[in-house]
Design a protein around this ligand. Structure first.
Ligand code: AMP
Ligand code: MG
Length: 285
């Protein structure tokens, strides 16, 4: 699968309007095959995460950004299905609390980054500080315009210290968002997800796209790249992200820790323990 074409290259600015949210490339018309491939990827990711945890040296940070209904929650569920919850954590960033606002905007972010052996998924992130903050005029331009550089350097720090950083923008269009709002209103089990305030953000769609375009072009770096994921088709979105996560984990070249030096000696001792129980057990009729 060619995932490279979804990468935002630092030297080649993109325009969101040039990218097709309906794209499913070589899987066009092959939804069933795509879903089957995802199942295989789930198993691989599960095993690789086990290895990451066992090795306990490296860290993976996955950043998810999207407009409302863009599929951040669904992606987390589908891509990390079956993974041992002990080594994976989701951090969701909402409107900052007074305590968070009393610090610099990266304070709450840095405290949630992964520890060694851990995968952390950011459901929204520090990018809200150049998105919502910019579009809703929560701070003057003089303040938010400096943040692209802070963010590039903050992510550089994370990477230099051994964290791998992947960033995904889930690209849906206005039509798909309208359909997903309708689904939230029509299905009783989804009603809770409908937030009337989301319609206000929808009304600012154009402004959000400009802000997204700007951040994608300014903060996709060699050390922490952005991918724009066509996301109107949920199954293709899941397949693409799972593929990139799998490939990234493979590229991290983890190894199981070396066993104790005198493994054979312990093996003999423990084998004898087990055999001693077997000797005591009465013969089965
Ligand atoms: P949701 O994730 O849909 O439950 O909504 C969370 C809301 O919090 C979104 O509307 C975000 O734009 C908003 N939000 C997250 N981070 C920030 C931030 N740093 N400043 C302002 N709003 C934010
Ligand atoms: Mg919202």
């Amino acid at each position: 699968m060619n995932t490279e074409k979804y990468l935002v290259r630092p030297d080649k600015p993109i325009r969101i309007s040039d990218l097709d949210p309906n794209d499913s490339s070589e899987f066009e018309g092959k939804k069933k095959a795509g879903q089957a491939a995802l199942k295989e990827l789930n198993k691989e990711i599960e095993e690789l995460q086990e290895l990451l945890y066992a090795e306990g040296k490296k860290r993976l940070l996955v950043v998810l950004q999207a407009m409302d209904t863009g599929g951040k929650d669904g992606t987390i569920r589908a891509v990390f299905e079956g993974v041992n919850p002990q080594g994976v954590r989701v951090a969701s960033f909402k409107v900052p609390t007074w305590l968070e606002l009393a610090h610099d905007y990266l304070w709450r972010i840095h405290s949630q980054t992964p520890r060694k052996g851990e995968i952390v998924i950011f459901n929204r992130s520090h990018y809200e500080d150049v998105l919502a903050v910019r579009v809703l005029n929560l701070m003057p331009e003089e303040v938010w315009s400096k943040r692209y550089q802070h963010i590039r350097e903050f992510e550089r720090l994370l990477v230099d210290e051994g964290t791998v950083v992947l960033k995904f923008y889930l690209n849906i269009d206005l039509e798909e968002q309208a359909r997903r709002f309708l689904a939230r209103l029509e299905e009783p089990s989804k009603n809770w997800k409908f937030n009337p305030g989301d319609l206000d953000d929808r009304a600012l769609w154009g402004d959000y796209m400009l802000a997204y375009e700007d951040l994608l072009n300014k903060t996709s770096t060699e050390w922490a790249p952005w991918y724009v994921i066509p996301s109107n088709k949920k199954w293709y979105r899941n397949l693409l992200i799972a593929t990139i996560v799998r490939d990234t984990l493979v590229g991290m070249k983890m190894q199981y820790p070396a066993p104790p030096a005198d493994l054979e000696q312990y093996y003999q001792r423990v084998l004898e323990m087990v055999q001693s129980y077997e000797e005591k057990e009465p013969e089965e009729e």
